[in-house]
Design a binder for this molecule. Structure first.
Ligand SMILES: [Zn+2]
Length: 406
């Protein structure tokens, strides 16, 4: 990318300017040598802070090449109402033609998507929720509307980090999350293919709450890690993360068949502080059968649920369910998905059948791959910075500015 070349040129310019100003400054101070008033130099000295400010502005935009993301924020809507106190501007329209409220329905849209932003760069309220950047409204074939928010990745992250991690947590944990979320978003963007958006605003990718989700401390964590991403061998990584691993993170190859050195299981001390340390969940046998049968498994008179195999980290890989039709073997994550990801917090469990109930005694919350948020917090409490936190959970990686990626 050209960002680095431009930035080193600007750095050179700043260096020259500082040298030049120092020369003038030394000259004016050295009164015994020359006492003549130098109006030009005095003016330049006064303007120097302004000049530095301008240079640093260009520098920051040059070092971190701007990267936008497209986020699906609403789908299958009959109408979409946009509002802005400063006025709305449609792409290509005159700035003077702005309204404060526009309602779109399928009949008011053609084949071409409409793109709208707030004049002056403020927030746009979309059906009551506020967002930065562009709002794109597309008509789908079934005459419902799809809403995509296109904005700078840094602004997107302001609405992600506070939604993904408590904003009162230790600062280095927030910064770790900011870098992991930026890396994940950029990775997904680069691997999206031909869809009209890169990311969805839910747990399927990352939670994104728009402007309402922003908090002062998480915004600072995003700003202070601006442009930084996690790279392995110079390339961006899929930086998966989760809430609480239960003591050992998981190999991505166990879950998704991704066999890479930076997504291998590592020991973690989250159990010392995690509120998901140990848990117990109870489900009636009837409920488990119903949930699995809705997914197409023909379970009748379920009698037992046992562990069939476990991962090296200790999570359940497959469970065996004995019922009147025989023994059904299925991945534990499939069982978790069928019952609900928050109802079965993780597959790090021991099952037992007691009467008409299945009791799961487990630990941790989430899939267990990559950064463990509670583990990051535990490390931050012990004084570790975000770089050492990230290098623990993504072994062999480096934190680099995104324009240094290959
Ligand atoms: Zn952990």
């Amino acid at each position: 990318m050209t960002g680095m070349r431009v930035s080193s040129l600007l750095l050179g310019l700043v260096g020259e300017m500082v040298y030049f100003m120092q020369a003038i400054s030394d000259n004016t101070k050295n009164e015994s040598v020359d006492r003549r008033p130098c109006a030009g130099a005095a003016l330049l000295l006064k303007l120097f802070p302004l000049f530095l400010l301008l240079i640093s502005f260009f520098l920051s935009s040059a070092v971190f090449a701007s990267e936008s993301v497209r986020v699906l924020i609403m789908d299958k809507r009959k109408t979409v109402t946009l509002r802005s106190t400063t006025g709305l501007i449609a792409e290509g329209a005159h700035a003077g033609s702005n309204k404060k409220k526009i309602t779109f329905g399928a009949s008011s849209l053609g084949r071409t998507p409409v793109r709208v932003r707030a004049s002056g760069g403020g927030f746009v309220r979309v059906n009551g929720k506020q967002y930065r950047g562009w709002i794109e409204i597309r008509k789908r074939r079934n005459r419902t509307l799809r809403v995509i928010n296109e904005l700078d990745i840094e602004e997107y992250l302001m609405g992600v980090v506070a939604a993904e991690i408590p904003h009162r947590w230790e600062y280095e944990a927030l910064k770790s999350q900011a870098v992991a979320s930026r890396t994940y978003a950029l990775y997904i963007k680069e691997n999206t293919g031909r869809k009209s958006y890169h990311l969805v605003a839910t747990v399927n990718n990352q939670l994104y709450g728009g402007g309402l989700g922003e908090r002062e401390r998480t915004v600072r964590a995003v700003r202070e890690t601006r442009g930084l991403v996690i790279a392995y061998d110079g390339g961006i990584i899929p930086a998966f993360y989760h809430s609480s691993c239960g003591g050992h993170t998981e190999n991505a190859s166990e879950l998704w068949g991704i066999d890479v050195p930076y997504l291998k299981g590592v020991d973690c001390d989250c159990q010392e502080i995690s509120k998901y340390g140990l848990w117990e969940k109870r489900f009636s046998i009837a409920r488990i059968s119903r949930a699995l049968n809705r997914k197409g498994y023909g379970i009748t008179n379920m009698r037992s649920l046992k562990i069939e195999s476990i991962t090296p980290a200790g999570r359940v890989r497959d469970v065996a369910i004995t019922h009147s039709g025989g023994v059904l073997s299925l991945p534990a994550e499939t069982l978790r998905a069928a019952i609900g990801y928050s109802r079965i917090p993780s597959v790090f469990f021991e099952p037992a059948v007691r009467g008409k109930e299945v009791v799961l005694s487990g630990r941790g919350f989430g899939h267990g791959v990559g950064l463990c948020q509670w583990g990051a917090r535990e490390m931050a409490q012990k004084g570790k910075d975000f770089r050492s936190i990230l290098s623990r959970y993504y072994p062999g990686t480096k934190v680099v500015p995104m324009d240094e990626l290959r």
